[in-house]
Design a protein around this ligand. Structure first.
Ligand code: ADP
Ligand code: ZN
Length: 514
């Protein structure tokens, strides 16, 4: 048995590693930086806890979830792991005792808040210690694209500068490619190994429904699922309260949860939900962070989530036990307007708007929803899932390989630096000023898609994006890029099915590129 496996058994009582855990551990032991992306519940913690226990010295774990730090550390201590934590909520005396413990080798894993980590006194402490590893948990918080960005994180690059030989491992459950890039930059990671485990949660059914008669639909949904526990996410505090009251008036045992409640009340409602005393909770996104309840049987989005990451994280709270669970998203344009207003008042307008548009596209799409979600996270699902509303009532499709090849070929010839509108202009042979002045009329695919109307091209591009054959670089003016799968399409090794457009009377006739 390997030493890592022995540690797994000894401290945690498990016999087998989950996918990727062993690989991450080995890479850390070899002193390499790593970026680990695993869905919630995937088992990220062990990836750094085990090497920390196997190496000499102390591992520093940076965690933004200060409220959970104490529980995490006590959980480890109960398993016989020498762990401790430092944060600003502790008295100076307590902090001094812990520092003494570290010096005496009584702590192998030290959990700290980001504030603590970037403080000067902590830097001086680090200089006196033999640090074997820095683990940065919830690393998406480091990215300005992530939703919990805090300024302290931008100072964390000092770790790699001051301690270049100590491996840094960043872990997160939510990271699109843009966020990944940003985490690596912000931490100054040195050619990190990337470990991306599958985000697929096949036990979750996916459904998007128009946002009308929502209350009636929800009552119907609940009637089919008596005694099941679930979460209804709402956009506003008022909506949480109103919906929960309406449900109660209809005889449903529901409560509500949002950041406007006192901390005691919030803790109580969370507890009641976990213990099944309140089976149904109407909540804002404030609910769920760090809640470990395995038997949530469904999640409803009463309103459109602000982006795909949030949506995925929120539906991910259902079916943690691996048993079947259902999700339902109500989509209405009025929610888009509300989000746009929020975005107007925030920083990062451009990216937030692009992400909002992406989830609208997801809702509008007629393509297997799981395919879209997974392609968003850089994964390719070969077959349609059979467990989403689109798969259950599939639209008419046709062989769109040639269309796809033309689009992809234009993207390549435009050096993957051009946004969709211009790619379509080039395909259609537009004589727009910008097209001509940049010399795009000289590229080989110029005019190769004349026979397809502009708005149809837009639909096809969208489908190719949703199918994972195109990706969009939001940080490069929305330039379209190829993906691994799209290269196979270009080389004629893969067929692409596209959905019939409503406007289409027959399949488009499209001439091959000569
Ligand atoms: P994450 O941080 O990715 O959300 P955790 O590290 O909290 O996930 O792990 C989720 C649960 O899975 C924990 O209860 C943990 O003890 C358990 N777990 C992790 N690795 C294994 C394993 N190899 N075998 C069995 N259970 C595991
Ligand atoms: Zn599907």
């Amino acid at each position: 048995m390997s030493t890592a496996k022995r540690a797994l058994k000894k401290y945690f009582g498990y016999d087998k590693f989950r996918p990727l855990q062993d690989e991450v551990i080995q890479s850390i032991l070899e002193g390499e930086d790593a970026l680990v992306i695993m869905p919630t519940g995937g088992g990220k913690s062990l990836c750094y806890q085990i090497p920390a226990l196997m190496m000499e010295g102390v591992a520093i774990v940076v965690s933004p979830l200060i409220a959970l730090m104490k529980d995490q550390v006590e959980g480890l201590q109960a398993n016989g792991v020498k762990a401790g934590f430092l944060n600003s909520s502790q008295s100076t005396q307590v902090q001094n005792e812990i520092i003494e413990d570290i010096h005496e080798g009584k702590i192998k894993l030290l959990y700290v808040s980001p504030e603590k980590l970037v403080s000067q006194e902590f830097y001086y402490l680090l200089l006196q210690l033999k640090v074997n590893l820095f683990a940065v948990d919830e690393a998406h918080c480091i990215s300005v694209w992530g939703h919990d960005f805090r300024p302290e994180y931008s100072k964390m690059a000092y770790l790699k500068k001051q301690f270049p030989l100590v491996p840094v491992v960043a872990l997160t459950a939510t990271a699109d490619s843009l966020t990944q890039k940003d985490i690596i930059n912000q931490l100054g990671l040195n050619e990190p190994k990337r470990f991306l485990s599958s985000f697929d949660r096949p036990n979750l059914s996916l459904k998007v429904a128009p946002g009308k008669d929502k209350f009636k639909s929800i009552l119907g949904f609940l009637r089919q699922r008596p005694h099941q526990s679930g979460i209804i996410y709402c956009l506003s505090r008022k909506a949480c309260e109103g919906l929960s009251e309406k449900l109660r008036n209809s005889g449903v045992n529901a409560s509500y949860y949002h950041a406007g409640l006192s901390p005691e009340e919030r803790a109580k409602r969370q507890e009641d939900f976990i213990n099944d005393d309140i089976p149904i909770i109407c909540a804002t996104i404030a609910f769920g962070m760090g809640i470990d309840k395995s038997n949530v049987r469904w999640v409803i989005h009463y309103n459109l989530p602000r982006n795909i990451e949030s949506y995925y994280q929120e539906i991910g709270r259902a079916g943690r036990d691996g048993l079947k669970a259902d999700t339902l998203l109500f989509y209405s344009f009025s929610d888009v307007i509300v989000h746009r207003k929020f975005i107007e008042e925030s920083a990062l307008k451009e990216v937030s708007n692009a992400k909002l548009e992406r989830i609208q596209q997801f809702c509008d799409a007629q393509i297997c929803r799981r395919k879209i979600l997974l392609s968003y996270f850089g994964e390719h699902l070969e077959e349609d899932c059979g467990n989403c509303d689109v798969c259950k009532d599939p639209p008419k499709q046709f062989d769109g390989t040639l269309i796809a090849q033309k689009a992809l070929s234009a993207i390549v010839r435009l050096k993957e630096q051009v946004a969709a509108g211009t790619v379509i202009d080039v395909l259609r042979g537009s004589s727009r000023q910008e097209v001509l002045s940049k010399g795009y009329d000289k590229v080989k695919t110029y005019g190769a898609g004349k026979d397809v109307p502009h708005q149809d091209w837009q639909q096809y591009m969208l489908q190719l994006l949703n199918l994972g054959y195109i990706s969009v670089a939001y940080d490069e003016g929305n330039a379209l890029k190829l993906t691994e799968q799209s290269r196979e399409v270009l080389f004629g090794e893969r067929m692409v099915n596209l959905v019939h457009l409503a406007s289409m009377k027959s399949e488009p006739t499209i001439k091959p590129i000569v």
